[in-house]
Design a protein around this ligand. Structure first.
Ligand code: NI
Length: 188
């Protein structure tokens, strides 16, 4: 496994439309395990292959939810007692994914992206959808998604079409985001 370099805007490769996967071989398995390692290291909850420069229709997602069954750590910051739980790893791989039946109802999440570092903005997307995808062996599956998972897969699917979450913003908001990113880079 290896951590790969994550492309950032305005790298033109982020605008490339990714190609379907046809070979379910060791090279694909290596790509996927590298993508997980890169995503966990960043850290992030989703990554598309094109974000590490590979124009293939491959996504990895791990929402890393809190493991409330595990022993938590009681904490007092913020003025009230609360518990921090360790995160659970739930790695998911989606190869050649397709979105089916997107809901008319929209959900709004504040999104970010490893390719647009330190920028966050509200994006509306269908609240639920069905996804058809292949696994590492090439088997086809279908699954209904909602909540953060539905949003996350739609964000990652956009990468396969060369679209970033800031492309969903008004021109004014997108320009503000790009300006902020430039400033942050200059300051770094
Ligand atoms: Ni992204």
């Amino acid at each position: 496994m290896a951590i790969r370099e994550i492309l950032e805007v305005p790298d033109p490769r982020l605008k490339v439309v990714s190609e379907p996967v046809t070979e379910f071989d060791d090279e694909l398995k290596t790509l996927v395990s590298d993508m997980f390692e890169t995503m966990y290291d960043a850290p992030g909850i989703g990554l598309a292959a094109i974000q590490v420069g590979v124009p293939k229709r491959v996504l990895v997602i791990d929402l890393q939810p809190e493991d409330t069954e595990a022993e938590g750590e009681v904490c007092n910051h913020g003025g009230h007692e609360h518990v921090h739980y360790p995160v659970k790893k739930e790695p998911r791989v989606f190869i050649n994914p397709e979105i089916l039946d997107p809901a008319d109802e929209l959900a709004t999440y504040q999104e970010g992206c490893l390719s647009v570092p330190d920028i966050f903005a509200d994006v509306d997307r269908p609240a639920t959808c069905r996804v058809r995808y292949q696994d590492l062996e090439g088997e086809t599956h279908e699954e209904d998604l909602d909540g953060l998972m539905a949003t996350c897969i739609q964000h990652e699917m956009d990468h396969l079409e060369g679209i970033l979450f800031i492309d969903h913003l008004s021109r004014l908001k997108r320009n503000m985001a790009i300006k902020k990113l430039k400033k942050l880079r200059e300051a770094a």
